[in-house]
Design a protein around this ligand. Structure first.
Ligand code: RIB
Length: 293
């Protein structure tokens, strides 16, 4: 079974700061790095490092070798990536002393999806294959309809949350990968257990994974509900922790693991990711996750 991830690729310009810059303020950063990132790219790298067979559909512009090399070197199929003459997607990221981040995005090439390109990526997709989507590319409405028509299972990480999401045919989603803010936006509820209940009432045939930051992650479906706590580790940089979690989780599910084992596996992977700097460069390998205690 194959995984098609149609998602963003961003060049991440990362600035370490004592505190996030405030309106009207000018501050100096203590360190600067350039990393490959984008929620789409990070999740493909995580899937592939976790052992899944993943094809990435995405569009890159100029100076994109850092993005394409990262995917290729991680074992992701990039044969259907599209190259355009224009700006690649990029992100300006501030990381503060506690490892938290603030992200400013420029969509660039990520916003150039059209029907012809989507068809060319999905031309051999078969019923039962998984398609993974985030909210950093355009044309999600077209992709949702095509995926549903092809009988693909849709895994959706509605991040970053924007109003466009509410107009999508969300009842097609089989796997929800949602944080608390996204869960609040989707349901109007604030408390995790209420968010989870409202999601499964609204989308009863789906499986919800609700990430809860330092409180771990909650799984809920019609049949079961449980919480996977986090592992304590000094936090260096939380960028891409959620993407790492998503990739390892879906790889484990596609490999036939139970939801309990998949959440544990994903939690170990994201714990390792927050202990390191950067987005995709912080994503661990399968053997690192397997030997994590
Ligand atoms: O989830 C982290 C990612 O969000 C970064 O790599 C950045 O590019 C933004 O897309």
């Amino acid at each position: 079974m194959k995984i098609y991830n149609l998602g963003s690729l961003n060049i991440d310009y990362v600035y370490n700061v004592k505190n996030f810059v405030r309106p009207g303020e000018t501050i100096s950063s203590t360190n600067y790095s350039v990393f490959p990132g984008g929620k789409g790219l990070n999740q493909s790298v995580a899937l592939s490092r976790a052992g899944a067979n993943v094809l990435h559909g995405g569009i890159v512009g100029n100076n994109s070798e850092i993005l394409t090399d990262t995917l290729k070197n991680s074992g992701v199929d990039i044969s259907r990536l599209k190259h355009i003459d224009g700006a690649s997607g990029h992100a300006i990221i501030q990381v503060d002393k506690s490892g938290q981040n603030c992200i400013l995005l420029f969509g660039g090439a990520n916003q150039m999806f059209d029907e012809e390109y989507i068809d060319s990526v999905l031309y051999d997709a078969e019923k039962g294959d998984l398609i993974l989507l985030q909210n950093e590319i355009n044309a999600l409405d077209i992709i949702f309809e095509k995926a549903n028509k092809l009988g693909l299972e849709i895994a959706f990480n509605p991040s970053p949350f924007k109003e466009n999401i509410k107009a999508l045919p969300l009842h097609y989603v089989k796997w929800w990968l949602v944080n608390e803010i996204e869960g609040q936006e989707l349901t109007g509820e604030n408390e995790p257990s209420k968010i989870a209940e409202a999601m499964i009432n609204k989308y009863p045939n789906s499986n919800l994974v609700l990430t809860l930051g330092k409180n771990g992650a909650m799984f809920k479906s019609k049949q079961k509900e449980f919480i996977q706590p986090i592992f304590q580790i000094p936090v260096v940089d939380t960028t891409a922790a959620g993407d790492t979690f998503t990739g390892f989780l879906l790889a484990a599910i596609m490999d036939g693991k139970s939801e309990e084992d998949a959440l544990l596996f994903a939690t170990k992977a994201s714990t390792l990711a927050v202990s390191r700097k950067g987005a995709s460069v912080s994503i661990p390998t399968l053997s690192e996750v397997e030997s994590f205690k």
